[in-house]
Design a protein around this ligand. Sequence first.
Ligand SMILES: Nc1ncnc2c1ncn2[C@@H]1O[C@H](COP(=O)(O)OP(=O)(O)OP(=O)(O)O)[C@@H](O)[C@H]1O
Length: 300
Amino acid sequence: MIELVGLTKRYRTRTAVDGLTVTVRPGRVTGFLGPNGSGKTTTMRCVLGLTRPTAGAATVLGVPYAQLPAPMRAVGALVDPRARHPGRTAHAHLLALAQSNGLPRSRVDEVVELVGLAAVADERVRGFSLGMGQRLGIAVALLGDPEVLLFDEPVNGLDPDGIRWVRELVRDLAAEGRTVLVSSHLMSEMQDTADHLVVLGRGRLLADVPMAELLGADAVVRVRTPQTAALAAALQRAGGRVARDPDGTLQVRGLDAEQVGDVAFATGVRLHELTRATTSLEAAYYALTGEDVEYRTGER
Ligand SMILES: Nc1ncnc2c1ncn2[C@@H]1O[C@H](COP(=O)(O)OP(=O)(O)OP(=O)(O)O)[C@@H](O)[C@H]1O
């Protein structure tokens, strides 16, 4: 569990994180979203004791990071994958970390295998591609077999196979009961990975919601019938909000597809189409963050 209470970080001229209160719970993947500069990395750095909050607190498993008796066994993080010695091999990098953190040597081979770097473990990190570097960063995060994991943009630089691998990994880690916080700019990827979302805008909390709730909030059922007026009236009586497209299709909000079908049946109306139009996370995200983008590209 990660708890943020009134977490605030001010730099000289700007407030990167502004009174953030959130609990990131175990057993599910929590997606961490927000436009560039909204404070995600700063928040993660505060959780990891790398940045000192100006006010408020961040705790991991009930204590500030600095008070964890064996930090690597409690928290694993991929925050800055470039932070490593380029002249070392992947294996040597991991071994040095394992030794300085009292972790068994055997764990190095385990994580190397787990992240798919076995074939290149004895090569120098200097020559690693972005994707290999990400895998090594993930290996570091997993080294202490921690209960809490923070991944900042873990799929950055990965090919589609790598992206799928990260998705399955984070889902497995959460299914094992761990706390998993993942930031990403790839909305479709996040939609497939996260169970819950924490969304920031300009350092403030915009949403702390289950994915299903966010996507369901604006769900639309499309329905087409030759008896448009009769169906629209019946759907409104049943509590639906009904809009009519120029081609006669009805867009219904506030009722699910089953309810729309039942109303049509009860009204004796024939249907030619009944579709549940799912909202994409991307659409829901833009609706949420529209006002809070710090850097906006020019109008086109
Ligand atoms: N060391 C620093 N000194 C001054 N300002 C900083 C520092 N670190 C971050 N900031 C500022 O704080 C704000 C939040 O940055 P942060 O990197 O946490 O955002 P982010 O949500 O992770 O962004 P991105 O999606 O681009 O990675 C930004 O305006 C950034 O310029």
